[in-house]
Design a protein. Structure first.
Length: 124
């Protein structure tokens, strides 16, 4: 029990793990209806948010010591929607602590911030 409590204390300060920033950006164009989104992990529901054009919703967290962190997001725009994994911890991505998701009229795009946005999903 003491080990778990010490782990939790260090984890909150990202001493033995990395911090991660996840960004969801509404790039649906001027005069577009708002983008509705909800993101959650196993332990945290970040709530429902409405983004106007060019608004951004972001959050920061410490990843787990063991690679188990996962955040799932669901986006709604007009009659379209898409659910996807916004962050899944893995060894290959461990050094990249920024995740950018861009909602566009033709789908959802992704970038690490130091690279071009690449289309990952179509709206359903």
């Amino acid at each position: 029990m003491i080990t778990l409590n010490i782990y939790q204390i260090f984890s909150l300060k990202c001493i033995f793990t990395n911090y991660v920033d996840v960004h969801i950006i509404n790039h649906l164009g001027p005069n577009s209806p708002p983008l509705k989104l909800q993101c959650k992990s196993k332990n945290d529901d970040l709530g429902i948010h409405m983004l106007s054009t060019e608004q951004e919703y972001s959050w920061r967290f410490c990843d787990n010591f063991f690679p188990t962190t996962l955040f799932f997001c669901h986006l709604w725009w007009q009659s379209k929607h898409k659910g996807f994994v916004a962050f899944e911890e893995n060894i290959i991505e461990a050094k990249r602590n920024h995740r950018y998701w861009l909602a566009m009229p033709d789908g959802i795009y992704f970038s690490h911030g130091n690279s071009r946005f690449v289309k990952k999903f179509d709206w359903e």
